[in-house]
Write a protein that binds this ligand. Structure first.
Ligand code: NAP
Ligand code: MG
Length: 496
């Protein structure tokens, strides 16, 4: 009989030594911290709180292999072949990785497998296939010269990523950076260190040379800051919160002026017009707010609804909330799992409590935790808040939890103004059956991605990123390679 996910979890071992220069070696750090599973509060492992010395060893290794040319000057088709193999190995080890992610950060294991791991394998293969298809240019020059515009790898890339889609966000960085020939030093979020280290081992197994991908776990203000300030890092690619993204810009300014690519948070709106399929709009907007326990940068955390269809949209959202009540992430069919930590749980419930105190109505969910089993896990039932005004904290701040705020609007113009009325600009949804409204309104929505009559759809070819406080730079798609390459102009005199 096949093992259940719970049985498989018993056999996992958790090793946390940094992966530097192709080997797992002990960290130089004196301190360690616990890796606590939000599923049930169990301690999975203790992680060495990496140091600047660990980061320096990793950067040296990355630089040395970059200079050797073993990867940076390999034929692009060979790098591509290795990345495709890396994707295949991720697929072959997807169950183990999914289980680790689920235990580390609480998402339902079958989701980790079918959505996250599938995306990781796809992303690595996509950039593997792209590696040798990026053309250089030879512009028209004078008859006596040959002009070449070529692309070169930037060098050593530091990558600092969050825990919410831990391996997907990592693959979005690794794919284009490695395809272009760079070396990478990865700092995963502390919660998801072990899955990231396993990913690093699979890269080695696929044939990525030692030192081309180093993984240094530890905290943001130790390892993250050391990487951000390292004088020999050329590019720092970051996904996370606005505050930390800006710190990386400061680290750069105060060190070597490295390129920083901040992909930050959001307060995305799903706008429902009167002629929409209101039931689908309400249900899908709520799904977009609750999926991954609401811990999505592009979560549809605000539903902005024309008043004449408001009640129907809310009804659909409330029934979606009921359908997504949390249960054990390892059950194999949980609609929602645990939020990442107790700290995050308290933060989320604090937002809800203040919103209710400020006049919002709790149409679904609660201001208290959701109890499962031993009561030691961190669970929050999906929350729908109505009577939300655009200026309330809950309508402006990123909650990063399963909370949908519903705001009524009296006109399309008002709906657009409210949708655009935060400092963020990551994603936006639009629901309408009118073709020209679909085009006209989506043009007016200030966001890196607009989804019309859907939410969170797309594929690897579609760039992902934001404007305003959501940062700049795009992951995914062929454009992402630009972040990790330099353009070189070569002018060759052909003689008189
Ligand atoms: P976070 O607190 O900003 O952390 C992100 C990463 O930065 C982690 O690896 C973290 O390390 C590190 N870090 C923290 N403090 C640091 C410091 N002082 N110096 C250097 N590094 C530091 O974000 P998070 O809570 O992990 O993730 C949630 C955020 O990510 C949300 O705002 C969400 O919207 C955003 N996000 C954006 C996208 C996008 O594509 N735009 C995608 C997903 C998530 P430790 O945690 O280990 O300390
Ligand atoms: Mg963190």
């Amino acid at each position: 009989m096949a093992l259940t996910w719970q049985q498989e979890a018993q056999s996992l071992s958790w090793t946390t030594e940094p992966l530097v220069d192709g080997v797992r070696r002990p960290s130089a750090a004196a301190g360690r911290f616990d890796l606590v599973s939000p599923r049930d509060g169990a301690v999975l492992a203790t992680v060495a709180d990496g140091t600047a010395a660990d980061v320096d060893a990793a950067v040296r290794s990355a630089r040395a292999v970059f200079e050797s040319g073993e990867w940076s000057r390999a034929a692009a088709i060979e790098r591509g072949r290795t990345l495709i193999r890396f994707g295949d190995l991720v697929e072959a080890n997807a169950r183990e990785l999914a289980l680790r992610i689920s235990l580390e950060m609480g998402k339902p294991v079958q989701d980790a497998l079918a959505v996250e791991l599938r995306a990781v394998a796809q992303c690595l293969r996509w950039y593997g296939q792209l590696a040798d298809k990026l053309p250089d240019e030879s512009p028209q020059a004078t008859p006596d010269a040959l002009a070449l515009v070529t692309r070169e790898p930037a060098g050593v890339v530091g990558a600092v990523v969050p825990w919410n889609f831990p391996l997907t966000m990592t693959a979005w960085k690794l794919g284009p950076a490695l395809a272009a020939g760079n070396s990478v030093v990865l700092k995963p979020a502390e919660q998801t260190s072990v899955s990231a280290l396993r990913l690093g081992e699979l890269a080695l197994e696929a044939g990525v040379p030692a030192g081309v991908l180093n993984v240094v776990p530890g905290r943001g203000d130790t390892v993250g800051e050391a990487l951000g300030r390292h004088p020999d890092v050329d590019v720092l690619t970051f996904t996370g919160s606005v505050g930390v993204g800006r710190r990386f810009l400061a680290y750069s300014a105060e060190s070597n002026g490295k390129r920083v690519w901040p992909e930050l948070g959001g307060k995305s709106a799903s706008v429902v017009l009167s002629d929409a399929d209101v039931e689908a709009a309400g249900r899908t907007s709520a799904w977009g707010a609750f999926y991954n326990q609401g811990q999505m940068c592009s979560a549809s955390s605000r539903m902005i609804v024309l008043r004449d269809v408001h009640d129907r949209a809310v009804e659909a959202a409330v029934s979606q909330a009921a359908a997504m009540a949390p249960s054990d992430p390892l059950s194999g069919d949980a609609a929602s799992g645990a939020v990442v930590s107790e700290r995050q749980l308290e933060r989320i419930l604090g937002f809800v409590e203040r919103a209710v105190a400020g006049g919002a109505t709790l149409a679904a969910g609660s201001v208290t935790r959701y109890e499962i089993g031993t009561g030691k896990g961190s669970y929050v039932a999906p929350v729908v808040l109505t009577d939300v005004r655009p200026d309330m904290e809950i309508a402006q701040a990123e909650v990063f939890g399963p909370v949908l705020s519903v705001i009524a609007a009296d006109s399309v113009d008002e709906a657009v103004a409210v949708a655009n009325g935060t400092p963020f600009g990551l994603g936006a949804g639009l629901w309408t059956s009118d073709l020209s409204a679909a085009h006209r309104v989506s043009r007016r929505l200030r966001a890196g991605t607009v989804w019309v009559n859907c939410y969170e759809e797309g594929d690897m070819s579609m760039p992902f990123g934001g404007v305003g406080d959501s940062g700049f730079g795009r992951d995914k798609g062929a454009h992402a390679v630009d972040k990790y390459t330099d353009v070189k102009s070569t002018w060759i005199e052909l003689g008189a």
